[in-house]
Design a protein around this ligand. Structure first.
Ligand code: PGA
Length: 252
C-alpha cells in the first residue's frame, strides 16, 4: 500500500483527478467504481473541469455504483446515485447504457445484489476503485464486522453511518436504516484502488487503518492486503501518522 500526502484541499482534488485521468488514458474502456460523500467533491470538480477542457473523456468507460440506500424510491433525489449524477455524471460524457445503479426499491434484495455482481463479472471486474474512508472505517457500506469475502448485499447501517448521513436527511431518524453495498469479495479484486482521506476529523481513523491490526472491525484495514492500493491523504488527515512520507511537491 502506497501513501501519498498532499498539502491542502486544492492539491487533494487535483491529485485525485490526475490519477483518474492517467488511468483512463491508459484504459479508456475501464470499469469504474466511485464514491459519494464530502471527501471526493474536489476530485469531481476537477474532473468536470478537465472534461470541459477536453483533457479527459468517460465515453468508453463503465460505472458501477458502489453503494446506495435500500427501501427508498428509485426517483428519490436523496439516493446516492442521484447525488453522483448531480455532482459528476451529468456533467461529463458517460453513456447512460454504461451506468449501473442499485435498484433501491427492489423487492428481492438478494436478486438485486446478485444482478449487480453479475454486471461486474461480465465487465471482468473493477479496473479502478476510488473510495472514501468512513468515520468508522467502513468502505462502501461494508460496515464494521464485514467479512473479507463478503458478497454484495443489503446491510443494516451502523449508528455512526446514520449520524454521518443525517446531514443529507435533516435528522438521523429520517436516514434509511439499510443500504446496498458492493461486497469486499468484488472490491478486493480491483486492479487499482485509491482511498481518499481528507480533513483532521479523519486523522484518528486513518492512523488506525494504517497502523492498527487488520480486522473486520475496521474493514478499511483490508486494503492493506489488496494489490495496487494508493492512499491519498491531505496533511490534516495524515497528521497523526507515526511515519509519514514527505509531502508531494514539498520541494517545489
Ligand atoms: P465523507 O464520507 O466523505 O462524507 O466523510 C465517507 C464515507 O462515509 O465513506
Amino acid at each position: 500500500m502506497q501513501l501519498l500526502i498532499v498539502k491542502d484541499e486544492a492539491e487533494f482534488g487535483q491529485t485525485a483527478a490526475r490519477l483518474v485521468c492517467e488511468f483512463l488514458a491508459q484504459k479508456p474502456e475501464s470499469t469504474l467504481v466511485f464514491p459519494t460523500g464530502n471527501t471526493p467533491l474536489s476530485m469531481y470538480e476537477e474532473l468536470v473541469a478537465q472534461f470541459a477542457s477536453e483533457k479527459v473523456s468517460f465515453s468508453r468507460a463503465t460505472l458501477v455504483e458502489l453503494d446506495d440506500y435500500y427501501g427508498i424510491a428509485l426517483q428519490d433525489p436523496r439516493n446516492l446515485f442521484a447525488w453522483l449524477q448531480n455532482i459528476f455524471l451529468r456533467q461529463v460524457d458517460f453513456r447512460p447504457v454504461r451506468l449501473f445503479r442499485f435498484n433501491t426499491e427492489a423487492e428481492d434484495a438478494a436478486a438485486e445484489a446478485a444482478r449487480m455482481e453479475s454486471i461486474l463479472q461480465a465487465h471482468g471486474g473493477i479496473d479502478l476503485l476510488v473510495l472514501g474512508l468512513g468515520p468508522n472505517g467502513h468502505i462502501g457500506f461494508n460496515e464494521p464486522g464485514s467479512e473479507l469475502l463478503g458478497a454484495t448485499r443489503v446491510v443494516n447501517l451502523t449508528h455512526e453511518s446514520l449520524i454521518s448521513n443525517a446531514r443529507y436527511w435533516g435528522e438521523i431518524d429520517n436516514v434509511p436504516s439499510q443500504g446496498f453495498t458492493l461486497g469486499l469479495n468484488v472490491l478486493r479484486k480491483a486492479a487499482k484502488t485509491i482511498l481518499l482521506v481528507n480533513g483532521s476529523h479523519k486523522a484518528g481513523i486513518l492512523k488506525q487503518m494504517v497502523e492498527g491490526p487488520i480486522t473486520d472491525l475496521l474493514p478499511a484495514t483490508y486494503l492493506r492486503e489488496m494489490p495496487n492500493v494508493l492512499v491519498l491523504a491531505n496533511a490534516a488527515a495524515a497528521s497523526l501518522l507515526s511515519r509519514k512520507p514527505s509531502l508531494l511537491n514539498e520541494h517545489d
